[in-house]
Design a binder for this molecule. Structure first.
Ligand SMILES: *[C@@H]1O[C@H](CO)[C@@H](O)[C@H](O)[C@H]1NC(C)=O
Ligand SMILES: *[C@@H]1O[C@H](CO)[C@@H](O)[C@H](O)[C@H]1NC(C)=O
Length: 333
């Protein structure tokens, strides 16, 4: 197994303590300029996202109007009771001549390479946790961050230069400075403590918090599962340094115009059916992949091939595949 020390620490149970780790692939549902969490109703939203999960993803996702665990008819994730939506910004390559080309996602090398892009999602616990309530949503990170000090206020919004698809070392907070033979992995780790009351907050962040010395602070006393994304960006087609900036600097930029990488962020809208997530966490599921089947008997799952079939149409019509003069939406550099 190729785990980081961080992850190993997270899943080794203390004696008698419940620990769970769901890990599964979610194929690309759509790449679109929408953000129902931060910019609900805005078409197009300021920057481009790559989105996975249930097919109820929409311009506006008001939990009082629509329960996505009921209205979705498919999910691009392997666990078929999971209609949550998970999304991140999109990576672009900026060529020496100043034009931008969108970078695709590919399946995670830990056994999920059949996936049609998207991302790998984890739910991790060490000790009992309370699963999210219907309507729960949160954001981690901040697209306006441009310094390492800002990025480090979140413990794990990181980049890994993949020497191979299995690389799990050399985590960093900014874009790798050299070519990466296996692409670039971006990790997004959400806080694990909840205020116990609010399913959202005005900044979509302050209803959750990080533990202090492993304990949830009194303001946010409820332990929730750790939601964690790994996204593989296929930067391999852009490893020709003749196309990189003449000064040798790295050529990748987030869809919101960030060349540093410190603005890395992720969005989550909970959408598991009924008590499925709570059941899986209580059952200490450790859903390693066994020949394309996830090892968590209390949950229903589908093959990656089936998950690949769940996708939706883009709502914003714009060129996302050419060499673009500017980032979709113009970026906010
Ligand atoms: C998306 O929202 C629109 C209304 O804003 C609605 O007409 C449409 O059915 C929704 N689509 C999905 C897939 O929920
Ligand atoms: C810019 O560079 C890319 C990569 O070499 C090339 O495909 C594209 O045609 C160039 N565009 C312009 C306008 O020169």
């Amino acid at each position: 197994m190729h785990w980081t020390n961080v992850l190993t620490a997270a899943i080794v149970p203390l004696t008698g303590v419940r620990a769970a780790m769901l890990r599964f692939s979610c194929s690309q549902l759509v790449v679109d300029r929408l953000d129902p969490l931060v910019n609900p109703g805005q078409v197009p939203s300021p920057h481009l996202h790559q989105i996975v999960g249930g097919n109820s993803f929409n311009v506006t996702m008001d939990p009082n109007v629509n329960d996505i665990s009921e209205s979705s008819t498919c999910t691009s994730c392997q666990f078929t009771e999971d209609f949550s939506n998970y999304w991140t910004a999109v990576l672009f390559f900026k060529a020496r001549n100043g034009t931008y080309k969108r970078v695709n996602t590919i399946g995670n090398g830990l056994g999920y390479s059949a996936s049609n892009g998207g991302q790998t999602v984890y739910y991790i616990s060490n000790g009992p946790v309370t699963a999210f309530k219907p309507g729960f949503r949160m954001v981690v990170g901040n697209p306006a961050f441009r310094t390492q000090a800002q990025a480090r206020t979140n413990p794990a919004l990181q980049f890994t230069c993949l020497a191979s698809p299995m690389t799990r070392s050399g985590y960093r907070y900014d874009f790798p400075t050299d070519t990466c033979a296996g692409g670039i992995m971006v990790t997004v780790r959400f806080p694990t403590c909840w205020d116990g009351k609010n399913t959202d907050s005005p900044d979509h962040q302050s209803h959750v918090a990080y533990p202090v010395n492993r304990n949830c602070p009194s303001t946010h006393p409820i332990k929730i599962p750790e939601v964690f994304y790994e996204t593989y960006w296929d930067t391999r087609p852009f490893n020709n340094k003749a196309l990189w900036p003449a000064d040798g600097s790295q050529p990748f930029v987030w869809s919101f115009g960030d060349k540093t990488g410190y603005g890395n962020h992720g969005d989550y809208i909970f959408g598991w059916k009924g008590d499925a997530l709570q059941r899986a966490m209580d059952a200490n599921c450790n859903s390693d992949l066994i020949q394309d089947r996830l090892n968590c008997p209390t949950l229903k799952s589908q093959s990656i091939v089936n998950a690949n079939k769940c996708s939706i149409q883009r709502k914003v019509k714009e060129d996302l595949d050419g060499w673009l003069e500017e980032l979709p939406g113009g970026g906010m550099e």
